[in-house]
Design a protein around this ligand. Structure first.
Ligand code: ACO
Length: 400
């Protein structure tokens, strides 16, 4: 690899790399991806093993602190997070100012940004304890904010967190419980959601994580940086793809077009028509997360007794695309977002909550990257170059 900064100084050339196809913005020790071989590892552990043996909170610990926790360390981490779930009552009222039609991703990023206003004196980017506090607060409160965004869209009352419950169970109850009736956790849903969160927990320098690192490089606090990351995730080419996939499946079903007709429209590059949930900048043989999600989709729907024709349709689309030269030549395979929506739907989440679930999963990765960059003395403010292609210098017209 070449150090572009040195090369630029030596040669005077600027490398144009639109979309950062070949420019590493940082060194990182958190997540390893080999896109050609379909390998993903968190801190050296293969995603397949992590998904099988771990829990979301344990993975969060691993990503953030670098090693798997001992039983005591995990229990202490879990306890700290449980004790920080409550939102300030004023922040709960913040939701009143937003329309109930608001997209939950906008609500989420706004509320996370607003969260920092309650800790004005604890936002140091140098003080270890304050960084720890921000870490725990974000992990504890993001699911609560997310659930309130959901409840707000339904016009239902917000529940208080129940700290006797595990991270995921608490989240489920906040979303699906009501003031009127006791809520019973379905262990199938709970386990499946925990697994999905694990699969989303980090993915090295994707657009939202790079955003978090870039904003963090200005020494902006963790809340502000992560709020920016949530906004980057919102777009349909990134985390918003899970919502876009379900909308696409629904549109195909409702319009009565066949899979073949839809695939032709994609291949003809009709404006705005892409096979959402397909393709990835890094994975060129398969996305290992997509494989695991597909297995989960089949298992969860069967276990819940849900027979969703959209799952069939997704499988048909996958089969048709993988047998088509257009997709084969361009190395386009299902990514993590292709099957997640079908599972979230079976769990009872509305489509507009899908990317919010992605954000909860990705949070440990964002925090780990913010902290890694923050602790690295060689981190400099991120400041990309440009190649100017505008008008040359010219005089102000005197005849105006
Ligand atoms: N459907 C149809 N064609 C596609 C798709 C797709 N989903 N993805 C890429 N292509 C085609 C492009 O049209 C292009 O074809 P061309 O060479 O004839 O012009 C070629 O494949 C390369 O595509 P790019 O857009 O240049 O690839 P890039 O690496 O920039 O984009 C991306 C990657 C954004 C993921 C893209 O594949 C895409 O838009 N996918 C659909 C959205 C999606 O699922 N996003 C989630 C990604 S995973 C994540 O963020 C969690």
């Amino acid at each position: 690899s070449i150090d572009i900064a040195t090369l630029t100084k030596q040669t005077g050339y600027t490398a144009l790399d639109q979309g950062f196809v070949n420019t590493a913005a940082t060194k990182s020790a958190i997540t390893y991806i080999d896109g050609d071989a379909g390998i993903l590892r968190y801190r050296g552990y293969a995603i397949e093993e992590v998904a099988q043996h771990s829990t979301f909170l344990e993975v969060a610990y691993l990503l953030i602190y670098g090693e798997l926790p001992s039983t005591d360390e995990l229990a202490a981490f879990d306890e700290r997070i449980r004790r920080h779930t409550l939102l300030h009552e004023d922040l709960k009222r913040f939701f009143d100012a937003l329309p109930h039609t608001a997209h939950p991703m906008s609500v989420l990023s706004s509320a996370v940004s607003a969260l920092s206003t309650y800790y004005e004196n604890e936002l140091s980017v140098r003080d270890h304890d304050q960084i720890e506090a921000a870490t725990v607060r974000l992990l504890a409160k993001l699911p609560v904010i997310a659930a309130y965004a959901h409840k707000k869209s339904l016009g239902q009352a917000f529940l208080y967190p129940d700290n006797s419950l595990s991270f995921v169970d608490n989240f489920l109850k906040l979303n699906f419980g009501t003031m009127a009736e006791p809520y019973e956790i379905n262990p199938i849903v709970s386990k499946a959601l925990d697994r999905l969160l694990i699969l989303h927990a980090d993915h090295e320098q994707n657009a939202s994580t790079s955003t978090v690192r870039l904003v963090g490089s200005t020494e902006a606090n963790m809340f502000s940086s992560i709020s920016a990351g949530i906004n980057a995730l919102y777009g349909p080419l990134h985390g918003g793809a899970n919502e876009a996939v379900l909308n696409m499946l629904g549109e195909i079903r409702d319009s009565g077009q066949t899979v073949k007709q839809f695939i032709e429209r994609v291949k003809n590059k009709e404006e705005g028509v892409r096979l959402m949930g397909f393709g990835h900048r890094v994975y060129k043989s398969f996305d290992p997360r997509a494989k695991l999600v597909k297995e989960s989709a089949e298992e969860v729907l069967a276990a819940l007794g849900v027979n969703d024709p959209l799952l069939e349709l997704a499988m048909e689309l996958e089969e048709a695309a993988l047998a088509d030269d257009y997709f084969v030549e361009r190395k386009l395979y299902p990514n993590v977002d292709f099957y997640t929506g079908v599972i979230y739907k079976a769990m009872g989440f509305p489509t507009r909550m899908f990317t919010v679930l992605f954000a909860i999963g990705r949070l440990p990765g964002w925090i780990a990257h913010w902290r890694e960059a923050n602790a690295d003395k060689s981190t400099r403010i991120g400041r990309p170059q440009q190649l100017y292609v505008g008008a040359p210098a010219r005089g102000w017209p005197t005849d105006r």
